[in-house]
Design a protein around this ligand. Structure first.
Ligand code: TRP
Ligand code: SF4
Length: 404
């Protein structure tokens, strides 16, 4: 089976072209090769926007509509809203029990954001716990890979450390020990003998080959399911069973879209173009972009490498148009208005179908709700499977709480 991907976005505003080219297009591509879980991180939005949460709910629906418009396919991927799947909160709570405070306090964004967003009080328990909730988001689905931006790598490092810590504490629960004993008793004398010898070779002599041989040996035993085989292998290696998988960051490729002023495209810099911004606005914003300062007059030659318009051409224009810009700019053969109008045509052409689909979805709240509902159902199913293992590993037997 293909491997699992999990990623989320906080519903704190409308998406812009930076999100589209830097994140969403990658999400869309991953659907071809992976089992993808994409969710609206509304609880995460509350960690910074708890004082005025009214935006969060509305933006959640905007975000879903925009994802669908960009090509996220609800038949192939699981799309859901975080707060609809309560297992995220439960796992975050349990992880909190075993998370050293120092791990959270040393996450760079904890201090950075407090300094950058001075108008907000971020000295809260929820904000400190941001990486824990994110860890729960990921571990619940056993994600191998998590597509994120470079700013999230420190959070993912905590996720990996927490998975490891959990496994080392709880990977050898009493239930596991009892099961091991039962399985070993069933294996038969010859098999148990061979298993014991390999265990000795590995644990006493550090013989790595013994692990491989054990894999082959256990592979030959009929009727062993994958989980039991893993339990036996882990026991042989003197380790606990791996209950929570350590995820890896899948860094979005650096083909990111800079903003109108050449800095990173970001709402806080006021240099964005909205994914579904009206065409007149888009053209106006592009036409008033700053250019290479050397081209102060129509007849002064310029250098696209020094112009914020050029990275847009690199995203939107084909090789011919780019050659036309390079040549025309450096010889003053074309003016900046020609250059920008050509770009605007291409941006608008690319945006048109997205804008159309986003408007369609925005007008279909019932259908959106159905998609979110179905996504939450599928997410809960998978998340609950993980939680059952987690609870039983910790010794919290919630199943026993059912009425007999
Ligand atoms: N912290 C992420 C961001 O701000 C959003 C997020 C929340 C996330 N949970 C996640 C991303 C789990 C990946 C996986 O961009
Ligand atoms: Fe920039 Fe285009 Fe003007 Fe050259 S012609 S300075 S690339 S806007």
């Amino acid at each position: 089976m293909s491997s699992t991907i999990v990623s989320g976005m906080r519903p704190t505003g409308r998406l812009h072209l930076g999100h589209y080219h830097g994140v969403l297009k990658n999400w869309v591509r991953l659907q071809d090769t992976h089992e993808c879980y994409y969710f609206v991180a509304d609880w995460h939005a509350l960690t910074t926007h708890y004082e005025n949460p009214e935006g969060t709910g509305g933006f959640s629906w905007d975000l879903l509509a925009e994802w669908l418009a960009a090509g996220i396919d609800p038949d192939r991927s699981v799309l859901f809203i975080q707060s609809w799947v309560s297992q995220h909160a439960e796992l975050a709570l349990l992880l909190g029990m075993m998370t050293p405070l120092s791990w959270l306090e040393r996450v760079p964004s904890f201090k950075d954001q407090q300094e950058q967003l001075r108008e907000r009080d971020l000295a809260t328990y929820g904000f400190l716990g941001y990486p824990l909730l994110m860890t729960a988001d990921i571990l619940l689905y056993g994600a191998e890979q998590v597509p994120v931006g470079a700013d999230q790598v420190a959070h993912l490092e905590i996720s990996r450390e927490l998975a490891r810590r959990f496994n080392s504490f709880y990977g050898r629960s009493p239930a596991d020990a009892a099961r091991l004993e039962a399985v070993l008793a069933q294996l038969g004398k010859r098999m148990t003998g061979a298993y014991g010898k390999l265990q000795q070779r590995f644990q006493e002599k550090g013989d790595l080959l013994a692990l491989e041989e054990a894999q082959v040996l256990l592979g030959r035993v009929a009727g062993l399911d994958a989980e039991t085989r893993e339990l036996l292998l882990a026991h042989l290696a003197g380790k606990g069973r791996s209950i929570l998988r350590e995820p890896e960051a899948l860094l979005a490729d650096a083909a990111r879209m800079p903003g109108l002023d050449g800095r990173k495209m970001s709402k806080s810099y006021g240099n964005t173009i909205g994914l579904r911004e009206p065409p007149e606005n888009v053209r106006k914003k592009l036409l008033t972009m700053p250019t290479d300062p050397a081209r102060s007059g129509r007849n002064d030659p310029g250098n696209p490498e020094k112009c914020p318009v050029w990275p847009f051409h690199q995203v939107y224009s084909g090789p011919e148009t780019r050659a036309w810009v390079m040549e025309g700019c450096s010889t003053a053969g074309i003016g900046c208005v020609d250059c920008k109008n050509t770009l605007a045509d291409l941006v608008l052409e690319d945006q048109a179908p997205i804008r159309e689909r986003a408007e369609y979805w925005a007008g279909q709240p019932e259908k959106l709700r159905e998609i979110a509902w179905e996504g939450a159902r599928r997410a809960r199913q998978k998340a609950e499977e993980t939680m059952e293992q987690v609870r039983s590993a910790i010794g919290l037997d919630a199943a026993a709480a059912q009425k007999p």
